[in-house]
Write a new protein. Sequence first.
Length: 463
Amino acid sequence: MTRQVVSRWYLDKFSLIQTLQHLSQLHPQIIPIAIGCDLNIKTFMAFKQLDIIEPILKAVAAEGYTIPTPIQQKAIPLVLQRRDLLGCAQTGTGKTAAFAIPILQLLHEQKPMAPGIKVLILTPTRELAIQINESFAAYGKHTGIRHTVIFGGVSQLHQTNALKRGTDVLIATPGRLLDLMTQGYIRLDKLQIFVLDEADRMLDMGFIHDVKKVIAKLPAKRQTLFFSATMPPEIQKLADVLLTHPAKVEVTPPSSTVDKIEQRLYFVGKMEKPELLLHLLGNKEIKTALVFTRTKHGADKVVKLLQRHHIRAAAIHGNKSQNARQGALTDFKNGTLRVLVATDIAARGIDIDELAHVINFDLPNVPETYVHRIGRTGRAGNEGMAISFCSREERDELKDIQKLIGKTIPVVHEHPFTANAMVAAPVAPARQQQQARPARNPNGQSRQGNNNFRNRRSTQRAR
């Protein structure tokens, strides 16, 4: 059997792996040949065990996934059984695929389908809505399932035209959904599955009342999937109302930080944060970085600083238009930008594969936000590093963060801007962690002094 024949046979038929294994016993060279033909047999075997249908298996393999993440292994069979589901999982755990894959399969098994929206996915931010839509496009490309995304901040014309053409899956933010429902563009009487994603973020952003308005218009008989990174009392109360005898999936304890994320803390004077950022970005090993600031104005200032030093950067926050935000995110994903500066409104709306560095230029006011920020790196089992700057004014925020995560963040003591920090590290209740390795300049030299960054040119510029 030739390499060409094996490739055509597998790709055209997507035949059972058991047959290929049997052939490999007769002809040991067949398996290597198949692998050489770009066939991800490991993926096929792993997801096949979850009873995923062949059109979706083929799409999953094309995306390059190898084995299901823990939440996918637990949630997919439950959703396929049409159980209500309460999922408590951090960002970066593969949560979107955990509900997208089984939803696509349940809909595919109903074909041909009657008109009407069968699935509603409610999510807090425009960026997250777009990314969920992209996931449905990727996993469902061989199923023929129609999906549409709607969100505010842009003209509704293209969205209403898509709704008129008909859709099976609707991904929406609360405000635009209620608006188009009021205008008569959306009916939910045929709804089978309701997904509430990032429920606690809905609460943080003040959307919980809009969410309750949407829930009031849903059919009583439906399957509900409820996802939240944390479970504050109001969110638990909402889950109790929405769900009927739910199965619970919890792959990571609430507010715990991902084990594979290396955390480092730099004490620095408030005015010297920009210089410290330039100093760190002088290290060419930091190929890309997601930088968080507390305010929109602060994000814009950091971008201007970086651009003056010839570092490709852009900001993403609530004052930016949807096109500008999506354009910056796209440029960051494809490597056109080296640094993306964001405020917390985008903390859970950014999904970037293999992002290795997150930098907290400012510490967040809410300690849970720290967990969500650093969850942008170390995603789906990858390693990552979270670097945080802490000025004298932020020591209370640091204390709250370390109390929440139950550990003391390792401090980098040897860097050029320690003189004006003048603050001791608060001690967390948990055991002390090993001190981080001191940072180095790319040229191995130490930079001294506490000069104001506005009055001198940086000697550490990224080209």
